[in-house]
Ligand binder design. Structure first.
Ligand SMILES: O=P(O)(O)O[C@H]1O[C@H](CO)[C@@H](O)[C@H]1O
Ligand SMILES: O=c1cc[nH]c(=O)[nH]1
Length: 313
């Protein structure tokens, strides 16, 4: 939570220290129009402050259907007027990403992997900046492979780490590697853990999340089209990851954490583990079980949003 700052009259000044979304690009100010190409939105054709200025929570996840379902779910949870079934895809002019606005909540898909979420985040952060949004919390709701966890466990990320278990994201810019820190907001992570304690619906823990650039060999799977290592080597890598505090593996958290951090946006990653990678590689749970697992991060984040909005005390 933000510290309480009092002025010389003893009044709470928090109202005046809003945290705006910062873009870190001096060229943006010089542009007459900014076309958010993959959203099919633009600063000239859309009134972004009017459309998005009241956004306080942005929830993102890989799948378009999941993020539509989350928009409908949060519509019901916040008891907003209108039919949740009729939420409209703001990005319907493109099929790259989908985007739904439900009161102060924006729900967006980002596709799979670092390049896909990174493009989405550039345009999302610019959108939030152009819309003059403040005090926004950005949360990734995802699925993952558990490392030493029972399937269905929800992991709130402590540190997003790379393949060598370091909390960093490497980006190649003009042929050189730039390294950015991937620290997430500790306060938001603790609030989310507190929400799970209140819900008491499914196991939740805080742990490190390893982000890879591939689902198969990159995550040490033996079931891809290619496999260049042994079963024992796979287990040794997973054991090392576990010792480094890694509790789940997915494919977006490092760039997500790095970009949010640079732009002054508080961020969290909440992913359910679909399987325990020490037990296998294939995702064998029945469809209805997987659907329920995917809802767990949504239930947790909905509780968080309702608490922040004062719907739950
Ligand atoms: O469940 P989502 O959000 O798609 O995320 C996870 O699932 C995908 C792989 O199946 C990767 O994108 C990984 O990060
Ligand atoms: O094992 C898994 C499951 C979901 N997503 C991943 O990236 N890995």
């Amino acid at each position: 939570m933000a510290p309480i700052i009092l002025d010389h009259m003893g009044n709470d000044q928090n109202e005046y220290i809003k945290q705006h979304v910062q873009v870190k690009n001096p060229y943006l100010d010089t542009m007459e129009e900014d076309i958010l190409y993959h959203f099919s939105l633009s600063t000239k054709t859309h009134n972004l402050p009017e459309m998005f200025g009241d956004i306080k929570f942005v929830c993102v996840g890989g799948s378009a259907n999941r993020m539509k379902a989350f928009a409908q779910f949060i519509h019901q949870e916040l008891e907003l007027p209108g039919n949740p079934e009729e939420v409209r895809d703001i990005c319907e002019g493109t099929d790259r990403y989908c985007m739904y606005k439900v009161g102060p909540v924006l729900s967006l898909s980002h596709g799979m992997g670092v390049p896909s979420i990174s493009i989405m985040l550039h345009e999302l952060i610019k959108l939030l900046h152009h819309a003059q949004c403040s005090d926004v919390v950005l949360i990734r709701l995802g699925t993952s492979g558990g490392v030493g966890l029972a399937p269905g466990t929800v992991v709130v990320t402590n540190k997003a780490v790379d393949y060598s278990f370091l909390p960093q994201f490497e980006q190649v810019v003009l042929g050189k590697v730039i390294t950015r820190s991937t620290e997430l907001d500790e306060g938001v992570a603790n609030e989310l853990l507190q929400c799970s304690a209140e819900l008491q619906s499914f196991p939740t823990m805080i742990g490190n999340t390893m982000c890879t650039h591939d689902f198969y060999e990159g995550q040490g799977r033996l079931d891809g089209a290619l496999c260049s290592f042994s079963h024992e080597e796979k287990l040794e890598y997973l054991r090392k990851a576990y010792e480094a505090g890694v509790r789940n593996i997915e494919m977006e958290s490092t760039v997500f954490a790095a970009m949010c951090r640079v732009c002054g946006v508080k961020a969290a990653v909440v992913c359910v583990a679909l399987l325990n990678r020490f037990d296998g590689d294939q995702i064998t749970s029945p469809h209805d079980v997987l659907v329920e697992y995917q809802q767990r991060p949504q239930v947790l984040v909905s509780h968080f949003i309702k608490k922040r909005l004062g719907h739950i005390v």
